[in-house]
Write a protein that binds this ligand. Structure first.
Ligand code: ADP
Length: 432
């Protein structure tokens, strides 16, 4: 049961409005439950002003339609909310014009409404409403609805400052509705983006598998041909086909990985492995190609890094594979050095800092900020000369982030590049 009007003489009423405004403010800072706060707000203002019904209307369809979204009724007053859905705002021209001006509507006698408000007079009168108070709600910079109180019995002595405080409450509510709407839009946009990423990933999966099957047949046949008695020319052709299928396979795998990463569908495995071993295996894969180019390939691993660690050995190897093959692609003489050092250690985890340094052609300053974005290659000439999809580093960045680390590059055109990344691994719990 709400307090009686006699408990709210002008001063304490003002204090009650003030308290309400502050209560609303702190409520919205702490909570996202807008409905609960609106209900309290309606009830409190309804009680203070001794209204029969307190309510919120919100507009939609570009302000064309309004719905009664929240309602509080004093004891004995029949709820109207269900009957007040999907109303055309154009039915209330006088009312809407005043709200659009941003002013409150304070009607002490519906009977005494001016001639130009005859439509409102009829509608309000037919609901038995004698007096009311309505305040516009500004949402996202425009009139988004209003908060209203019917049959307000205690308005005769209202002071301008009471209206100011009521405006303040309406502004806080408008703000909360704005935040609520923004949140809903964000959730919708996120769902839409996730759905789009999922469809893209499914499409990429489908296409990749369709390409992979005939590609596997081609590879097998090429290997079979390679075992036959062949002329030098035929051997050369076979070599070219083999190179082509390897490249095509790599592009398919990268495309698949990238679309899976975008759809958030890559999950790390948790296996026990030795970090130095992963690096060594990657170096072995590239040793011949490096030797052919006369590029020295070496590694150093900090003895402080525990072994074994737990993590995704396959994904760590993939990041290395990409960085080392890039380094080799863009280095014609000198060396490629891989380094792994302990960055920090906690009770159950270690962070390791890896680097791949080369003495190759380096990267132009302006290309560096975009390097880890998808489809980024330093120039069209790069892709013509060295191939590649421009997805490798974008995938590396995603995988490194999944491993709890970050990746960056330091490079100068003509002076080589250093790619550094960190990654977190589990520690054997029996070790210290
Ligand atoms: P791609 O699969 O095309 O190699 P990446 O994302 O791995 O794509 O690399 C993007 C671009 O970054 C390369 O095309 C190249 O221009 C540049 N780049 C990467 N690593 C190096 C490096 N070690 N030295 C010079 N340029 C590099």
């Amino acid at each position: 049961m709400g307090p009686l009007v006699s408990e709210y003489p002008a001063n304490s009423r003002r204090k009650a409005f003030q308290d309400l405004a502050f209560q609303l403010m702190s409520w919205f800072v702490k909570s996202n439950d807008i409905d609960a706060a609106v209900e309290v707000c309606l009830q409190r203002i309804g009680e203070i002003s001794r209204a029969g019904r307190a309510y919120v209307f919100l507009f939609h369809d570009n302000g064309r339609i309004m719905d009664n979204t929240h309602e509080w009724c004093a004891e004995g007053v029949t709820p109207e909310k269900e009957n007040l859905q999907g109303l055309e705002t154009s039915m209330f021209p006088w009312w809407m014009a005043r709200l659009r001006e941003g002013v409150h509507i304070h009607i002490t006698s519906v009977e005494g409404l001016p001639e130009e408000a005859s439509a409102e007079k009829e509608i309000l009168g037919s609901q038995g409403i004698k007096s009311l108070l309505v305040l516009p709600l500004s949402i996202q910079g425009e009139l988004g609805g209003y908060i209203g109180f019917d049959n307000v019995q205690d308005t005769s002595a209202w002071h301008d400052r009471d209206f100011q405080l009521l405006r303040m409450s309406a502004d806080i509510l408008g703000n909360a509705f704005e935040r609520d709407r923004a949140n809903q839009e964000l959730v919708k946009a996120k769902e839409k983006a996730e759905q789009a990423a999922k469809s893209k990933a499914e499409f990429a999966d489908y296409v990749a598998h369709e390409i992979r099957s005939p590609l596997t047949s081609i590879s097998v046949m090429v290997e079979a041909l390679g075992t036959m008695e062949l002329s030098e020319e035929q051997k050369e052709y076979i070599g070219l086909i083999r190179e082509g299928t390897t490249l095509l396979n790599a592009v398919i795998n990268q495309t698949l990985d990238f679309s899976r990463a975008q759809a958030g569908r890559i999950q790390l495995e948790c296996l026990s492995f030795d970090i130095a071993d992963v690096i060594r295996k990657r170096i072995d894969i590239h040793r011949n190609a490096a030797a052919k180019k006369g590029v020295e390939l070496s590694m150093t691993v900090d003895s402080k890094i525990p072994s074994p660690v737990t993590g995704d050995t396959h994904r760590l190897g993939q990041v290395f594979g990409n960085l080392v093959s890039n380094a080799l692609k863009f280095t014609d003489s000198g060396s490629i050095r891989i380094n792994a050092a302990l960055d920090s250690a906690k009770k159950n985890t270690v962070t390791v800092r890896f680097s791949v340094s080369d003495t190759g052609k380096g990267i132009a300053e302006e290309a560096i900020p975009l390097l880890f974005e998808r489809f980024s290659q330093e120039s069209a000439a790069t892709s013509r000369k060295h191939g590649g999809s421009g997805l490798g580093l974008a995938i590396c960045k995603y995988l490194v982030q999944l491993m709890g680390g970050a990746i960056h590059v330091e490079s100068k055109a003509g002076e080589g590049s250093v790619f550094t990344f960190t990654a977190q691994f589990g520690k054997n719990s029996f070790e210290n």
